[in-house]
Design a protein around this ligand. Structure first.
Ligand code: AMP
Length: 281
């Protein structure tokens, strides 16, 4: 696997690959890789793409300084995992390489409603930061396909919107959520859970399953309350337990079987914030 630290070197290399007629698949990450990230790499490899990953812990998408500073870094292990998965190249830039003119002068995007709800409420400025860094990465990599995880459902919608705003030819491929045996969605932040916290962390998944199971003839506000009580009982501090239209993310007060629905949960366990979601129908 070739590692690039400079944007210009990475772009030049990928241009040659594209000139040969190969398809470039791109997997942007913040590192501390787990098998969820690797499943994205493998989707690209299986589709015979030349797969490029990036590892960049983007300061502009962290609204919480502490979360940024404590974000796990496991670069040597990440490189081993990427190589083993068949990743062709890794872009590993520094902050000045991504924001040579500073963050203020780097283009950012407006996602309207999508940045005013759910994660947008609890992490002000987060999606502006995500849009800014992915916009910059797309300028450098110009991939044919970008692989992203359903794990970050709202982010998938923001990035789809970003591609539309940029009138980019890049196709987005949304990959399913990889989970641990107890259902906990794999996340780099899980490494920060204590053993006691880890033993209850699967409760978020149980709540999503319960919301899905009761969609047929339940009342969402009742299920929502049950989930909130269960999470609080297990030591979580829930930010939201929400139901939304899966295509527009319009929030729903109750189940609407005529619509495609998604349930979304965000909750803190100690100082670790976990998010997860599940499509209902
Ligand atoms: P991150 O490093 O957290 O920014 O994630 C990089 C990419 O991996 C994003 O597209 C995530 O949605 C995706 N991802 C994170 N966790 C998982 C998971 N458990 N299953 C599948 N994809 C994931």
């Amino acid at each position: 696997m070739i590692i690039f630290k400079k944007a210009a070197d990475c772009s030049r290399y990928l241009l040659k690959i594209k000139e040969k007629g190969d398809v470039v698949g791109f997997v942007p990450t913040m590192g501390a890789l787990h098998s969820g990230h690797i499943s994205l790499i493998k989707s690209g490899v299986e589709a015979h793409n030349v797969v490029v990953a990036s590892i960049f812990v983007n300061p502009t998408q962290f609204n919480d300084k502490d979360d940024f500073e404590k974000y796990p870094v496991t670069i040597d292990k990440d490189i081993e995992m990427l190589e083993a998965a068949g990743c062709e190249a890794l872009f590993l830039p520094s902050v000045p390489e991504i924001y040579p003119e500073g963050t203020e002068k780097t283009p950012s995007y407006d996602f309207g409603y999508l940045e005013d709800i759910l994660e947008g409420v609890h992490r002000p400025g987060h999606f502006k930061g995500v849009g800014q860094v992915v916009g910059r990465l797309l300028d450098i990599v110009e991939p044919d396909v970008m692989y992203i995880g359903q794990k970050d459902y709202q982010q998938c919608m923001v990035l789809t919107n970003l591609i539309q705003q940029r009138e980019s030819k890049t196709r987005i491929e949304i990959c399913p959520i990889k989970r641990a045996d107890d259902g906990l969605a794999l996340s780099s932040r899980n490494a920060r859970l204590t053993d006691a916290q880890r033993s209850v962390a699967g409760t978020i998944y149980q709540c999503l399953v319960s919301i899905k199971t009761k969609a047929e003839n339940g009342d969402f506000s009742v299920v929502q309350k049950e989930c909130e009580e269960l999470l609080v009982d297990k030591g979580f501090d829930p930010d939201y337990i929400a139901l939304a239209n899966a295509d527009t993310l319009e929030l729903l007060d109750d189940y609407q079987s005529s619509q495609k629905m998604v349930a979304l949960i965000a909750a803190k366990l100690g100082d670790v914030r976990l998010i997860d979601n599940m499509l209902l129908n």
